[in-house]
Write a protein that binds this ligand. Structure first.
Ligand code: SF4
Length: 251
């Protein structure tokens, strides 16, 4: 007899065993989706950060646009704060503005930006439906990597963006974004492919679109990551409040 053919006796041992099997099956399903832990959606969520000195995104942007907290203020054309839906379920965080972004004042507008737009559309969303920003808001000269003191100086703006938007998922694009958000020095190749947690919000690290332009073979890996994100958002939409999986080891 198949295991599900046995009639369940209310409150009996069979019913308990059936419930345990159901939970085990669902847990295996989530693990196959790349989740590592599952926490109850009713459980209190972690704080997304310290008390903010800003009430809304407009106030954060106003202060960031006049910011001179690090040396990058001397060489930038303008601050590139972020664009998109202030109530986005999905937020993309890249590394830093490049030349095109510095000139236009919008993140991800060059060739890498066009690729990011196609990635967003591939999971059934429009660019205007998500929120896009970077770890740091001013362009490093010559497109060098941001330095640790610059990342630290700029962190309050990103923390505020995340706390005010409160997305369901953050997609960290590339080494710099993933390492800064997850406070780790693990490489993106080791981090990608599974969910992590930033102050109770799920983080999916994946390759930066600029890296994909140089290494198109890695598009498959990004697509696998984005399918996990898409599935999570789909579950959230269909159930109203899907189970919240997180890698608590990275909280
Ligand atoms: S990178 Fe951030 S901290 Fe540095 S000047 Fe620009 S906005 Fe300010």
């Amino acid at each position: 007899m198949e295991r599900n053919d046995k009639p369940r006796q209310p409150g009996g041992q069979q019913e308990v065993l059936a419930l345990v099997r159901d939970v085990k099956d669902y847990t295996e399903y989530l693990m196959n989706c790349g989740f590592r832990d599952v926490v109850c959606p009713q459980a209190p969520q972690e704080d997304v950060g310290p008390k903010l000195p800003w009430k809304n995104l407009a106030e954060v942007e106003r202060d960031a646009k006049g910011c001179a907290k690090c040396r990058l203020s001397l060489s930038r054309t303008q601050v590139v704060f972020g664009v998109g839906n202030p109530h986005a379920q999905l937020m993309f965080v890249g590394e830093a503005p490049g030349r095109d972004e510095d000139l236009q004042g919008e993140p991800f507008v060059g060739r890498a930006g066009q690729l990011l737009t196609r990635i967003i559309e591939a999971i059934g969303l429009r660019r205007e439906e998500v929120y896009i920003t970077n770890i740091i808001k001013s362009r490093p000269p010559g497109n060098r990597s941001p330095r640790p003191d610059e990342i630290a100086a700029c962190a309050p703006y990103l923390e505020a963006q995340i706390a005010l938007i409160r997305p369901r998922v953050i997609c960290a694009l590339g080494n710099v974004a993933a390492q800064a958000l997850l406070n780790t020095d693990e490489k993106i190749s080791a981090l990608r492919g599974r969910f992590h947690s930033y102050r109770g919000i799920l983080v999916m690290p994946t390759y930066h679109p600029a890296y994909l332009l140089r290494n198109p073979n890695e598009k498959r890996a990004v697509w696998e990551d984005m399918k996990l994100v898409q599935e999570l958002l789909r579950q959230a939409q269909s159930s109203g409040d899907a189970p919240v999986p997180s890698d608590l080891s990275r909280a």
